[in-house]
Design a protein around this ligand. Structure first.
Ligand SMILES: [Zn+2]
Length: 137
C-alpha cells in the first residue's frame, strides 16, 4: 500500500507536524497551505471511518478540542469547521482516514447558510429511525 500519510507518519515525506502521540498524528494540510487547516489522523493506516475501532476513535477525537483551541489562538478565527470525507466522490485522493479542522472567518465562503433548507420534522424523524435501526448492535 502506498499512502502519503503513512509516509509522512514514518518521516519519509515532509510534514508540518502540529501534534503526535502513539496513536494520533496531526499535520498541516499541504493541499490548502494558506487555510491553516489541520488534518488529524490515526497513526495506523485506517482507510475510512467504517474501519475505525472505538478505542482508535477515542484516541483520535480526544485530541480535537486542544488542536481546535490551538488553531483559534494562532489564527484568531471566529469559528471552526470539522469534517471528515470518505471516498473519491467526496474529492478524497488519499485513503487514510483524516479529520479536517479548519478555521472559519467572518465573511468567508465556508460559513453555512443558517437557517438552511430542512426537511419537515416527520421526514427527519423517519431518517433518524432508519439510521438508528441500522446501528451496530
Ligand atoms: Zn496510510
Amino acid at each position: 500500500m502506498d499512502c502519503v500519510f503513512c509516509r509522512m507518519i514514518a518521516g519519509e515525506e515532509p510534514a508540518s507536524i502540529v501534534y503526535e502521540d502513539e496513536a494520533v498524528f496531526a499535520a498541516m494540510d499541504i493541499v490548502q497551505p494558506g487555510s491553516h487547516k489541520v488534518l488529524v489522523m490515526p497513526r495506523r493506516h485506517v482507510a475510512d471511518i467504517y474501519e475505525l475501532g472505538e478505542d482508535e476513535a477515542g484516541a483520535l477525537f480526544r485530541t480535537v478540542p486542544a488542536i481546535a483551541r490551538g488553531i483559534k489562538r494562532a489564527t484568531g478565527c471566529s469559528g471552526l469547521n470539522l469534517l471528515q470525507s470518505n471516498g473519491a466522490d467526496a474529492g478524497q485522493t488519499v485513503f487514510h482516514l483524516h479529520v479536517h479542522l479548519f478555521p472559519r472567518f467572518s465573511g468567508d465562503g465556508i460559513v453555512f447558510d443558517w437557517p438552511g433548507d430542512f426537511p419537515a420534522r416527520p421526514e427527519l424523524d423517519r431518517m433518524a429511525e432508519e439510521i438508528a435501526r441500522h446501528l451496530d448492535a
